[in-house]
Write a protein that binds this ligand. Structure first.
Ligand SMILES: [Zn+2]
Length: 310
């Protein structure tokens, strides 16, 4: 019997610190949005089982009388090209695990996993008129340093799914140990983790969220902003992009010095191009964008709706 049940795709956005979830209608409307501490949900020893338990609870609480069309999940990880396995995660202990198949078996709906930054950039692209040949670079500074490269109408994934790991570009002379196991990665000094350490060491007289308000001009913050600008400009010099999208929790903090960051990016960009006319935009709503991006990816690329790039 045909019923007129509500239809939803569940979007899940797993970051280094928080898990966000919501149900998204085919018109891309977000419902039942929740933000949780990842440590309260994810059992490191049984990640798949704990995610199934969480999703089961979410569905029973909110979507009991609705049709769930699929589940899209973003991880802060290298994700396999078949979009089923998490291959490696820097800031969570999830490595080489098939996430999609057991969840798909349990809920009997399509389940697709993807790098979380690709979801964030997918959402921004779906909000804009993007032409076919445009190159768009996304830089998301949260717990780590996330990067996404959109080229030839798709997200660059490389041979294994590991393309765009800008945070793990080595820096000569830097011996700090990165959580990926290498030493000298960009992420060891250009990430939210670094900002937390700077706050503890030099700025503990103000709450963390006031660091930029009070200390944007201090030597340590000026150097921190420069450390973000160098890898961003490096990738701009490789791709000569049409659009640069910058976001993430650090960039969304009160009084983040955007002008200072832009000046430093331009300083390191090749002149006259790609420096001249470089377009930089900010992803303003990163709170729900990962959930919307996860669901939009499923609708656009897996459930047979139109492709988002117009
Ligand atoms: Zn690394």
């Amino acid at each position: 019997m045909e019923t007129n049940k509500m239809k939803y795709v569940i979007g899940v956005d797993i970051g280094g610190t928080h898990l966000r979830v919501g149900a998204v209608t085919p018109d891309k409307e977000l419902h039942f949005f929740e933000k949780k501490k990842i440590a309260d949900i994810l059992d490191n020893l049984h990640p798949v089982e704990s995610l199934i338990q969480f999703l089961d609870g979410f569905i029973q609480a909110n979507l009991g009388n609705s049709d769930v069309l699929g589940i899209g999940m973003g991880f802060p990880s290298v994700v396999s090209k078949d979009k089923k396995r998490v291959l490696a995660t820097t800031n969570l202990n999830i490595n080489d695990i098939n996430i999609a198949d057991p969840i798909q078996e349990y809920f009997r709906v399509p389940v697709v996993i993807e790098n979380d930054v690709n979801h964030l950039l997918h959402y921004e692209i779906s909000q804009r008129s993007v032409l076919n040949d445009e190159i768009i670079l996304g830089f998301y500074i949260g717990t780590g340093f996330g990067n996404s490269i959109y080229i030839n109408n798709r997200f660059l994934d490389g041979k294994n799914g590991a393309a765009g790991e800008l945070g793990h570009i080595p820096v000569l002379g830097d011996e700090a140990v990165c959580q990926c196991g290498n030493t000298g990665c960009i992420e060891t000094y250009a990430s939210g983790k670094t900002l937390v350490l700077l706050h503890q060491e030099y700025f503990s007289d103000v709450p963390f969220e006031d660091v930029f308000t009070k200390y944007a001009n201090s030597e340590h913050i000026v150097k921190f902003i420069k450390s973000l600008a160098v890898p961003i400009a490096t990738e701009i010099n490789i791709f000569d992009p049409h659009l640069v999208m910058i976001g993430g929790g650090v960039v969304g903090m009160k009084d983040f010095p955007k002008r200072q960051l832009e000046n430093e990016i331009i300083r390191y960009c090749r002149k006259p191009y790609p420096a001249n006319g470089l377009v930089i935009e900010y992803a303003e709503d990163t709170n729900a964008a990962g959930v919307l991006g996860a669901a939009t990816n499923l609708y656009d690329n897996y459930i047979g709706k139109s492709i988002s790039t117009r």
